[in-house]
Write a protein that binds this ligand. Structure first.
Ligand code: GLC
Length: 554
């Protein structure tokens, strides 16, 4: 079967928080003109899609995930004109822009909520979820333990309780109300007109849940996702929905397709919350077992659906899908101190310090992520190995400004340091004086240059995005993972050594290896592989992507 070309299956997605990336007007906050000025950098890096964390007007109490106007850009970030300019300039460089669609809830400062709380017959009252009586279950279903105390809060003005799955300043929209549906469809149409290529659907399962006080929630209402898909596709044929649905593996398929045997007719991309903790467990134990298990029993997405893989994102690294013992191992390896952990389930660190700044392990981790079936998503700053600031509260630790150079504010802003949206870490092993873009641009052996190469090699290896994954079953050292990806475009054998000891592995002749195999991506010099694929050397923490076949014509 020839797989239709779908841009999102061959993309490298770069997640950028515009407020932390580049400040152009010296107010201490990054902005859209600043981001535009860095598009050439992103183009050279090889990313093909930007996912922008929220850019709308917002009191910014949850980093913009508390929207107070869906039809505008936060004034500190710029204007709607700047946004259109961003999408236009990005498109000229072959880069698409996807924005966060945060519609499970609004900010409590949103005029809709302000009106809704005003009186019971406000036209917006029913846009939110209310209860006249105190709900008995109001302390259940908390997402941020320790920071959030309840999910129903009494509003003095409304004289009623309102539901909020997240913080109390984020009242949930009532998705059973057709007016809410119509309005958010308009919001989506608006941004599609302004040039976005799709949406990252924030907190998808919570949008679909139907909550009323003290009533068991019924089934999720997937018709919401169905209509979003139809409407976006109708307006822009190749627009995508990229769902954040951190749910049980048995139910992820529903976010992609309405029928288990049908094609993807809901979201196109789904963040891979199944694989993510498995990759970290494998890295922590230096053992391929968790990966073999994950890849050997894959959750197969319907045709046209794709995983969005990631190692770190803007939230805590969520380990709640691991057993207590597995979680303990990951904490022990990568977040041994309590202040590195969050909510008892997660890690609030960036990747480089988690791996002790060990270049070999950093390369291994990203080579592994990029070799997985799906589309890789990378967070800004990962490509230079930025660190976290643990003295900042909660998830802010990993949300410090991009480190462009070694000047006072790391080239992020001309403002006084105390005016910055978040402090730039200057000193220490991951501070801007050591870790910054400019220094790495000058150094041909830098991590940044390596990362650029990784992105470009992936673009030459479309079988990873579109292909079928098979774990190679030959007996191998425990630390070594061997898998192959096959697609009409070609076949690649992928070897990753998760442990520190070098290894020599015998894979044996592989089906479809039509020409002389050769290394596409390696951690260092190796002898070229032979067709027998025997005696393949792998350095400690080494990796080899070996092309077995490349179709001349598709
Ligand atoms: C999502 C976001 C997170 C945010 C939450 C509430 O989980 O990733 O950053 O706090 O939704 O909007």
């Amino acid at each position: 079967m020839v797989v239709a070309q779908r841009w999102y299956q061959e993309a490298v997605v770069y997640c950028v928080d515009a407020s932390s990336f580049q400040d152009s007007d010296g107010d201490g906050c990054g902005d859209l003109p600043g981001l535009i000025s860095r598009l050439d950098y992103l183009s050279r890096l090889g990313v093909s899609c930007l996912w922008l964390n929220p850019i709308h007007p917002s009191p910014w109490r949850d980093d913009g995930y508390d929207v107070s106007d869906y039809y505008n850009v936060h004034p500190r970030l710029g204007s709607l004109g700047d946004f259109v300019e961003l999408t236009r300039q990005a498109r000229e460089r072959g880069i698409r822009v996807v924005i966060d669609l945060v519609v499970n809830h609004t900010s409590d400062q949103h005029p809709w909520f302000q009106d809704a709380r005003r009186c019971a017959d406000s036209p917006y009252r029913d846009w939110y979820v209310w209860s006249a009586k105190e709900p008995a279950d109001r302390r259940q279903g908390i997402v941020f333990p320790g920071e959030q105390k309840e999910t129903w809060t009494f509003d003095e003005r409304a004289r009623a309780w309102y539901f909020h799955r997240f913080y109390d300043f984020q009242p949930d929209l009532n998705w059973a109300n057709p007016d809410v549906r119509r309005e958010i469809s308009k919001v989506m149409g608006f941004w599609l007109q302004l040039g976005v290529s799709g949406f990252r659907v924030d907190a998808a399962p919570f949008v679909l849940e139907q909550v009323s006080a003290d009533v068991d929630p019924g089934p999720l209402d997937f018709s919401i996702l169905d209509s979003w898909r139809q409407e976006t596709q109708w307006q822009l044929g190749d627009a995508v929905l990229m769902c954040e649905a951190n749910v049980d593996p048995s139910s992820v398929g529903q976010y992609v397709a309405s029928r288990s045997d049908g094609p993807a007719d809901r979201s196109h991309l789904l963040f891979d919350f199944v694989l993510n903790p498995r990759m970290w467990l494998a890295l922590a134990r230096q053992d391929s077992e968790p990966m073999i298990e994950a890849l050997g029993n894959p959750v197969v997405l319907p045709e046209g659906g794709e995983w969005a893989t990631f190692l770190r994102n803007h939230d805590e690294l969520d380990l709640s899908r691991l057993t207590d013992e597995q979680r303990r191992d990951v904490f022990h390896a990568f977040a041994p101190r309590p202040q590195m952990q969050l909510y008892g389930r997660g890690v609030r660190r960036r990747l480089a310090p988690m791996l002790g700044g060990d270049r070999r392990r950093m390369e291994l981790a990203y080579a592994l992520q990029f070799s997985m079936p799906g589309t890789p998503v990378v967070r800004y700053g990962e490509e230079i190995g930025m660190g976290e600031t643990l003295t900042l509260p909660g998830r802010d630790a990993i949300r410090t400004p991009m480190q462009w150079d070694d000047t006072r504010n790391a080239g992020f802003s001309d403002a006084e340091p105390e005016q910055l949206i978040r402090p730039v870490p200057r000193t220490g092993r991951y501070g801007a004086s050591k870790v910054n873009v400019r220094a790495q641009q000058r150094d041909p052996d830098s991590f940044l240059r390596w990362f650029e190469n990784l992105c470009h090699v992936l673009r030459e290896a479309p079988e990873i995005g579109t292909g079928h994954c098979t774990v190679i079953q030959t007996p191998l050292p425990r630390a070594v993972l061997a898998h192959r990806m096959d697609a009409p475009a070609g076949s690649i054998l992928l070897l990753h050594n998760l442990g520190p000891d070098s290894a020599v592995v015998d894979i044996g002749p592989q089906k479809g290896c039509t020409s002389a195999p050769y290394d596409l991506l390696v951690d260092g010099p190796y002898d070229q592989p032979t067709r027998q694929l025997r005696g393949l050397e792998l350095h400690g923490y080494g990796y080899r992507w070996i092309r077995l076949r490349r179709a001349d014509r598709l």
